[in-house]
Design a protein around this ligand. Structure first.
Ligand SMILES: Cc1cc2nc3c(=O)[nH]c(=O)nc-3n(C[C@H](O)[C@H](O)[C@H](O)COP(=O)(O)OP(=O)(O)OC[C@H]3O[C@@H](n4cnc5c(N)ncnc54)[C@H](O)[C@@H]3O)c2cc1C
Length: 401
């Protein structure tokens, strides 16, 4: 028997990921009554790290959660691109204090579970009702509300936000089923206790190790307790059912055999790893359908090669909650998409471009591009800085919404 539940005027967010929770927090702070429906039986995040650049940190500051998050963070000193074997620096840029000086906010590394936990806490402090084991199956726009269809009940709400990730059900209902496009890249991820890392000392930086058709990213988490790694390789196809699989650490080590000692020391210390298929989607024709709107990976999944996917979801959350506070939902959704789509699309493109740079595509030409980047960083730093300014210097909290 399907039970019909009538709710008071409010907003339902589908998905308690980083995007959904940040949106819920922003909306609750604006005075909306917010319910978050999460399909998982418990609140948790994958055991992996996240780079949070100043553009995202500014939103966390504006929403009043940055102070709670900061003690969990590691502040990297430099951003480097290094050769996979020799370790030579192609690029070496200051982060740390330089970020605060240039952009007015920190660049942080954080364990995803720590960020998630602080967002949950802040949401609960602001009265957000987070419900678990609630898988949303569908929605229906009615004249003055939306019906949200779950397995055993139907909820009624004013507005629905689909923050349900790259495999979004809400997007599928809005725009039709379309399988994600496998980008030909898979990512192995893991966090390695520092005590397991022998024979090499890992620099306190955000380091990309560039190699032919592969790259690896290393950085510290939790005050230097762990090193987080993301090891990416090109693969013609994804041969598993699921888009996330437990990986074999021996296979992983063999793939990066002969790389720089800092890389192999991290992988030698790795006890478990997961493999991700990196999927993309074409730019969507629209992000909203009457009273329903998409946010985060649901509308703009991207390769992680600019470390901006969660940052974009966090920026979305600020703009969406801000426009909904000021305008009726139709105008707010239109303005939100107008402000966010060009930005997210540009960052998607830059992330794709970085894949070819990090993987030295084109043989010697690929190497030459990395060399040129090194030269530019020494003698024409303005070119690189202006690219980074467009990402890190974008301040949604200063927008006139
Ligand atoms: C290897 C890798 C490294 C990355 N590194 C970075 C980085 O350093 N910095 C950065 O900014 N980004 C990074 N990203 C990207 C970032 O992880 C994502 O962009 C971000 O997590 C997206 O958040 P989201 O809230 O939109 O979606 P998700 O985190 O996917 O959350 C979606 C939530 O919705 C729930 N859900 C799904 N369907 C339903 C349903 N039908 N009903 C109810 N609930 C549902 C899910 O269970 C989940 O909790 C990385 C990504 C990868 C793969």
């Amino acid at each position: 028997m399907v039970e019909q539940v009538k709710l008071a005027e409010h907003i339902i967010v589908v998905g308690a990921g980083i995007g959904g929770l940040t949106a819920a927090l922003g909306l609750a702070k604006q005075g909306f009554t917010v319910v978050v429906l999460e399909q998982a039986p418990e609140l948790s995040e994958v055991g992996a790290g996240l780079q949070l650049s100043p553009n995202a940190v500014k939103v966390l500051q504006a929403f009043g959660v940055a102070d709670a998050i900061e003690p969990h963070c590691f502040t990297p000193q430099r951003a480097c691109i290094r050769d996979h074997r020799s370790g030579r620096h192609y690029l070496d840029m200051p982060l740390g204090r330089e970020m605060v000086k240039r952009y007015g906010a920190q660049y942080w590394h954080i364990h995803r579970a720590d960020l998630h936990q602080e967002l949950v806490r802040a949401c609960q402090q602001h009265g957000v009702d987070i419900q678990l084991n609630q898988r949303v199956m569908g929605y229906r726009n009615e004249k003055d509300h939306v019906k949200v269809l779950l397995e055993k009940q139907t909820l009624r709400t004013d507005l629905l936000i689909g923050a349900d990730g790259v495999h979004s059900q809400i997007r599928e209902l809005m725009l039709g089923a379309q399988a994600p496009i496998f980008t030909g890249q898979v990512a192995w991820r893991g966090t390695v206790p520092i005590a397991n890392i022998k024979g090499a000392s890992v620099q306190p930086n955000a380091t990309v190790w560039a190699g032919p058709h592969q790259h690896m990213v290393t950085y510290y988490l939790r005050g230097g307790e762990f090193v987080n790694f993301i090891a990416v390789e090109e693969q013609a196809s994804w041969r598993y059912e699921s888009w996330r699989e437990e990986g074999d650490t021996e296979v992983l080590r063999s793939k990066f055999h002969g790389w720089h000692p800092e890389v192999t020391a991290v992988l030698d210390g790795c006890e478990s790893t997961f493999l991700w298929a990196l999927n993309g989607r074409p730019v969507l024709p629209t992000w909203h359908d009457d009273r329903v709107v998409l946010l985060g990976d649901a509308c703009h999944p991207m390769l992680p090669f600019m470390a901006q996917g969660a940052a974009m979801a966090i920026e979305d959350a600020f703009v969406l909650s801000g426009t909904l506070e000021k305008y009726d939902y139709e105008y707010a959704f239109m303005k939100y998409e107008k402000l966010r789509k060009p930005r997210a699309t540009a960052v998607q493109k830059q992330s794709r471009d970085n894949a070819s740079l990090y993987h030295m595509h084109g043989g010697w030409q690929g190497r030459l591009k990395l060399e040129a980047l090194g030269v530019a960083s020494k003698y024409a730093n303005g070119i690189i800085q202006s690219k980074l300014d467009s990402i890190y210097g974008h301040d949604v909290t200063a927008l006139r919404l």
